[in-house]
Ligand binder design. Sequence first.
Ligand SMILES: Cc1cc2nc3c(=O)[nH]c(=O)nc-3n(C[C@H](O)[C@H](O)[C@H](O)COP(=O)(O)O)c2cc1C
Length: 394
Amino acid sequence: MTELHARWLKSVSRRRALAGFLGFLVGAPRAGGQLDRFRDHSRVGGLAEMRDVFDFEAAAYERLDRATYNYTARGGGSEFTTRRNREAFDWVGLVPRAIGEIGTPQTATEILGTRMRFPVMLAPSAAHAVLHPDKEAGTYAGCKNASETPMILSHVASMSFAELAKIDGGPLWFQLYPRKELEQNREPVESAQNAGAGAIVVTIDQQASVYDRAVHDRNLSLRPRRPPRLDGNDGRYRFSSGRMWYEWSLFENLRTMVRVPMLAKGILTREDALLAVEHGLDGIVVSNHGGRTLDYTPSSLEVLPEIVEAVAGRIPVLIDSGFRRGSDILKALALGADAVCLGRVPRWGLGSFGAPGVTRILEIVQQELLEAMTRCGVASLASADGSLARTDFP
Ligand SMILES: Cc1cc2nc3c(=O)[nH]c(=O)nc-3n(C[C@H](O)[C@H](O)[C@H](O)COP(=O)(O)O)c2cc1C
């Protein structure tokens, strides 16, 4: 072999050199190769341009890192229930009156001693610090400026109830993830009550604590999530052992320390609704946790009528999971709910524009509710009855 031949065999061809260099450029962050091109080229509107909740979700998607967006947006398993929660609204038609009542719709109500200008509350949701540096204080301020929308503070919030209650704001309730040792519930319950909690909402449906989507996406996320541990008691079932023991007697036990109204959150059957009444609860929240626990449950809207019928007006029936529009709220009211709680909605508001985003997103939903009531010809909550809704659940 000549020296020239040997050199040629070991050398990099022009084509390979070029291909390698282009590959480097495509992958290089500075060249934009790691970025989502749709994100880069889309222009996200300002606060004044937001028309509905879905605009806010897009704005939050733009502003939050992928892991944080996913944590709020995603549901459990195949996300069937999360999708079904939205789809359920397509199965309820609104039937307007040709000539309706006259006047500005009256939307004020009172639930378990808490007055509200609209039958809308904030569902408890964890860790607002990941969404905005103002944390729950931003959310609470946003609620105050949106007609003092009542807020339910999560047990796993970024701020304590006592800290938040010091801020001048609207009605505040507390959500509890109960502990098996009764005494371990005393501190959170007492400190919330002493700081003025209007009610305690005990969540009983959050058994699983793994969001598959976030795990699948861990390689795409900026903040990797740990895959579930498969050893030990918790890991084997991917359940938190802290939540695997619930019994109905829990409520009688908690009652020894709860002085304010107590609600159970996570009811999806008439049987459980009746048990809640039997065990002395003052209210229930019909909820599948926004599709974040067991996948393939019915949507909360589908089970609402049977639960309302079973409860028969003895205690207030609140509902959440999937609510995004004013007309969604009117449908639930027509099917007998006393109020609707919003989980992801305020998170999109806070994540995209901070406290003013929370205010605006709530105002939009409130305006949409007024609009839906007006179009249906109902001028009060009392008139928003079953005659308005035509259900066609599968
Ligand atoms: C990111 C996130 C965190 C949540 N954290 C809690 C929580 O700490 N306690 C609780 O009872 N429910 C929690 N939920 C459930 C909500 O209270 C509510 O049931 C659900 O979000 C309603 O569905 P929606 O998001 O479609 O409105 C959380 C929901 C989301 C989206």
